[in-house]
Design a protein around this ligand. Structure first.
Ligand code: ATP
Ligand code: MG
Length: 267
């Protein structure tokens, strides 16, 4: 699978129309599911190595429009990993204490420690998404945040964190179908809030905010991937593949044994 097609090249300003939300990478579902199984096993192995090696940290950022599939991605991609080495942080509406600090404060507290893989379910990017769409702070304030975020992430990278960011990209019609399902299926109603319909009215503004975000904050060290996400299996396959490629690139290894251990005999 050619993951590079989905990476946002730094210095470009692509529109989201460039990626088809229904893209299947030329695979059918059966092929895709088989590949996904393979990649998922590989992710399990590599995540265990990340943990044991203990020299690296991996931060995975997930952003999407409502019903874009963040929760489903986390479930499917990280199904088999060792829970000891993985944390998930969901970013909800900020608390009073969080609002009393700068907007990066709450994100910084939850970045991964050495050996850990941390998933941000929503993230500090909400502060240039929902905040921008609803004008929660004036433009002269949010407009500066792209620069802060780039610098913040570069600091994390320089200090040993690897960052990969995924924008799950669904079509407006797919959102309609998923929201309707949430309304009609008693087992899914808990996922639905009437406010989600009001948010849907802002579809175009969210797309514009996403486009500004990927154009301004995709860097060589902390790239954005636009993940076609109408098809769950393709979304899962692409995210998993990017992560296995990334972890393989770290050249993970078991820590060397203590001196004199090799050859010892237990009596
Ligand atoms: P999801 O829809 O992603 O599955 P959820 O439904 O479980 O999440 P919600 O409480 O509906 O949880 O979503 C979190 C809400 O918090 C979203 O509406 C999001 O826009 C909002 N939010 C997150 N960060 C911020 C922020 N910095 N400022 C304002 N609102 C924020
Ligand atoms: Mg929601």
């Amino acid at each position: 699978m050619d993951t590079d097609r989905y990476r946002v090249k730094p210095g470009t300003t692509p529109t989201l129309k460039r990626w088809d939300p229904a893209d299947d990478g030329g695979l059918d579902k059966a092929e895709g599911t088989k590949l996904l199984e393979r990649e998922r096993l590989e992710l399990e192995r590599l995540q265990e190595m990340l943990y044991v090696d203990g020299r690296h940290k991996l931060l995975v950022v997930l952003q999407a429009i409502d019903a874009g599939g963040k929760d489903g991605t986390i479930r499917a991609v990280f199904e088999g990993v060792n829970p000891q080495g993985v944390t998930v942080r969901s970013f909800k509406r900020p608390t009073d204490e969080e609002l009393a600090h700068d907007y990066l404060w709450r994100a910084h507290q939850h970045v991964p420690q050495s050996g850990m893989l941390t998933i941000f379910n929503r993230s500090h990017y909400e502060d240039v998404l929902v905040v921008r769409v609803h004008g929660l702070v004036p433009e002269e304030r949010w407009a500066k945040r792209y620069g802060h975020i780039k610098a913040f992430e570069q600091m994390l990278v320089d200090e040993g964190t690897t960052i990969r960011k995924f924008l799950l990209h669904i079509s407006k019609d797919e959102q309609r179908i998923r929201q309707q399902e949430r309304i009609d299926d008693p087992d899914k109603q808990w996922k639905f809030s009437k406010a989600d319909l009001a948010e849907r009215e802002h579809w175009d503004e969210y797309q514009a905010a996403f486009e500004a975000m990927i154009a301004k904050t995709s860097t060589p060290d902390a790239p954005w991937y636009v993940v076609p996400a109408n098809r769950n299996w393709f979304r899962n396959l692409l995210v998993t593949t990017v992560l296995t490629e990334t972890l393989r690139g770290l050249r993970l290894r078991y820590p060397p044994p203590e001196e004199g251990v090799t050859g010892l005999v237990v009596t």
